[in-house]
Design a protein around this ligand. Structure first.
Ligand code: SIN
Ligand code: CO
Length: 389
């Protein structure tokens, strides 16, 4: 299933949105998807939250016990014992589970696909809320059903005070600045660090949160350096630079610091950064939630199997739990899929990553008919899927 990226966000073109709001300011975008009907009902969402491998949370709120968190999986009893109002059920990465939600995510490919994270879906009866908070990543909050009131607050950071007595990061002080009533098809865009507080206005309220990946600089440094370090041996050690003079025995000189920087820079090539980043950003966040509907372990595809398939020329598409991206420089081209890296001809990488469905013969041609081993591997892993129709 493929849905083209949006080029209009309600009253704004995508270009206007990117220029004036993306990563800068919150904006209410009425009727971005005027005909949107929630592909999931509250009952279906609750059904997902019963599953062992699906990440779900329940947030309840009473005066006696404010902002309580329970992690799924839940049993049906739990849902029957819930009060009539003031709770929220949230299910993570629903795009990996429900084809229509995966298609919805594709509409946000006007931004790099490797930045897209997942679609979280929430259901809440009247009064249900996850409380005033901020997130570290951009989010499009699409109203799927019912009505939600959103209040937008102040800019926050890790020093903003949060309430004690709850595992949730609920802001102690929320300074409302704008209020919006979101109806199905409306989107509220919130940049990182902006406080927001949504409250369900009826018993139909379903919200789709299209979230983005934003690793912390600390994570970038740690993960990259760990990977580089794993390729080095103990024989590679600090050595004094030839040009150093040791006049003052206690001093760590500017020249020493420069020399240290050179040691680090030697490892920090564009190539090593790009290859690490491609693998890092393509890693699945909820691997246990993947391929839930895929059963059986079919034997690997042989070259002959692929030749037979090519004769039928089926439509092939990126699996809903596959993350494809690539990097090309003057010498090489790398394809990244779900944390793995492959060298790949640029035309094939471009086709695989910039589109989401293809004719198998077109893929074969993009790989000059000699990338069949790679194509078999992508099909075997379930990252490329054949259209069964
Ligand atoms: C919700 O859907 O209730 C919460 C989404 C969010 O605030 O990020
Ligand atoms: Co939020």
């Amino acid at each position: 299933m493929y849905t083209s990226p949006l080029n209009q966000l309600g009253p704004l073109t995508v270009a206007e949105f990117l220029r004036s709001y993306w990563q800068q300011r919150a904006v209410y975008l009425p009727q971005v998807l005027p005909d949107f009907t929630s592909p999931l009902t509250a009952e279906e969402l609750a059904g997902l939250a019963l599953e062992e491998d699906i990440e779900s949370r329940l947030i309840t709120h009473t005066a006696a016990a404010p902002w309580q968190l329970e992690n799924g999986p839940f049993d049906e009893e739990r849902f029957h014992s819930l009060p009539e109002s003031d709770w929220t059920l949230l299910v993570q990465a629903v795009d990996q589970l429900v084809p229509e939600v995966h298609a919805l995510l594709q509409q946000f490919r006007f931004l790099p696909s490797w930045r897209l994270d997942d679609v979280m879906v929430s259901y809440a009866p009247t009064g249900g809320s996850v409380g005033p908070h901020f997130d570290y990543y951009d989010v499009f909050l699409l109203q799927g059903a019912g009505t939600r009131e959103w209040k937008i607050g102040q800019a926050c950071d890790s020093f903003s005070d949060t309430l004690d007595g709850t595992p949730l990061k609920i802001l102690k002080n929320f300074e409302p600045q704008q209020t919006f009533i979101c109806k199905p098809g409306d989107i509220l865009y919130i940049p990182p660090g902006v406080a927001h507080w949504g409250t369900a206005q009826d018993n139909e309220c379903i919200t789709y949160s299209i979230g983005f990946r934003a690793p912390s600089v600390a994570d970038i440094l740690c993960d990259f350096s760990q990977e580089v370090a794993s390729t080095l041996t103990n024989d590679q050690r600090y050595r004094d630079s030839q040009s150093e003079n040791f006049f003052k025995p206690g001093e760590i000189s500017t020249a020493t610091v420069q020399h240290l920087r050179d040691i680090i820079n030697e490892q920090l090539t564009d190539e090593s950064l790009a290859r690490w980043f491609g693998r890092y950003m393509s890693q699945p966040k909820y691997p246990e939630q993947q391929h839930i509907e895929h059963t059986g372990d079919a034997s690997p595809l042989s070259n002959n199997d692929l030749v037979e398939l090519l004769a039928q020329d089926p439509v092939v598409y990126q699996a809903q739990d596959a993350r494809f991206s690539y990097h090309q420089n003057s010498q090489s081209c790398y394809l990244f899929v779900n944390g793995e890296e492959f060298t790949c001809p640029p035309t094939l990488a471009e086709t695989l990553c910039n589109q989401t469905s293809f004719q198998l013969t077109a893929l074969d041609a993009a790989g000059d008919n000699n990338q069949r081993e790679l194509l078999c591997h992508l099909l075997d892993q379930g990252w490329l899927e054949l259209d069964e129709d």
